[in-house]
Write a protein that binds this ligand. Structure first.
Ligand SMILES: O=c1[nH]c(=O)c2[nH]c(=O)[nH]c2[nH]1
Length: 299
């Protein structure tokens, strides 16, 4: 017999996608920080759901305002900004014992004008979006850095051979192909005592270097090499998750036109694409708790 005693399960709520642009204009050379912030609170919100009593419901509108108010003092790094929000909400309201705070941040480059970098005109940088998540559960705080949309391509030093063949296999083995992907990665810090902006820049550089290094036997092999490189250089990171499409480039048959094609002309297919996903971690990684809950698109 199933019970008709109905109870409230896990819940969280807040304001999603608070778009925030912070200009620091202490001097004529302005700085821009551009983020999309989500704040969600966890704690004792049973009365609101069961009884219609909003006494504990810190409005989502207030959460939004807090994001803007905190930005007045600067953002610094998305991770530190989210940690400030987490600390604020859990220390200001007794019944808020945790939550989840997430951000995307977008890069702007200074426009080059008259041979120098402009003071207050920027062009949106077309490369990756930085991501950050903070999850606080009582005293346990988890910080995840990350990026998505880091599009890379190597035009040689990649192949795919030695795979099993059955009656449905048509793919030809190759030792020279294009490899291209949009890197999405999230990494979990084992401490909050980090210069997150420096760490981000270095992890991104290591991911790019890792992509270039070695002959790639498969995107799987390249992914693992990229993750290993990050973990070996960053003791403050315990694990890194990847989701990477294998953006296929098919050699076009130019024979009908009387032309050869020595790996020069490709059809860049947009779909379907291979999808290669994995986590690379320390054998003795710290407990992730609820860190990865709500982070979609990784395994
Ligand atoms: O790097 C690759 N990994 C695969 O798993 C795979 N499968 C496939 O058809 N091509 C490739 N390439």
């Amino acid at each position: 017999m199933s019970s008709n005693n109905i109870i409230l399960g896990a819940n969280q709520y807040g304001k999603a996608e608070v778009r925030l642009v912070k200009i620091t204009r202490d001097t004529d050379r302005h700085e821009i920080e551009d983020l999309n912030v989500t704040s969600e609170l966890r704690g004792d919100f049973e009365a609101a759901h069961l009884e219609g009593d909003n006494a504990h419901v810190v409005p989502t509108d207030t959460q939004k305002n807090t994001v803007y108010a905190f930005a007045r003092e600067g953002v610094g790094s998305p991770e530190k900004f989210l940690l400030r929000l987490a600390e604020h909400f859990t220390s200001s309201f007794d019944w808020v014992d945790g939550g989840r705070w997430a951000a995307e941040s977008y890069n702007w480059d200074r426009i080059q004008a008259d041979g120098s970098e402009h003071n207050h005109s920027f062009v949106k940088n077309g490369t990756e979006t930085r991501t950050a998540v903070v999850v606080k559960d009582g005293d346990d705080v988890q910080v995840m850095g990350g990026l998505k949309g880091l599009t890379v391509l190597k035009s040689t030093q990649s192949g795919f051979e030695g795979y099993p063949k059955d009656k449905y296999t048509t793919l030809a083995e190759t030792s020279d192909r294009i490899m291209s992907t949009d890197v999405a990665a999230r990494w979990r810090y084992n401490t909050t005592d980090v210069d997150f902006n420096n760490a981000y820049d270095d992890v991104k550089a290591l991911l790019l270097e890792g992509f270039t290094e070695n002959y790639s036997t498969a995107l799987q092999n390249t992914l693992y090499g990229m993750g290993k490189k990050v973990l070996e250089a960053h003791p403050e990171i315990d694990e890194i998750k990847f989701s990477m499409p294998n953006k296929h480039h098919f050699l076009v048959d130019l024979a009908p036109f009387g032309l050869d094609n020595p790996n020069e002309v490709f059809f860049a297919a947009d779909r379907p694409y291979g999808l290669i996903e994995a986590t690379v971690l320390r054998e003795d990684a710290s407990d992730a708790g609820r860190a990865w809950e709500g982070i979609a698109g990784f395994c």
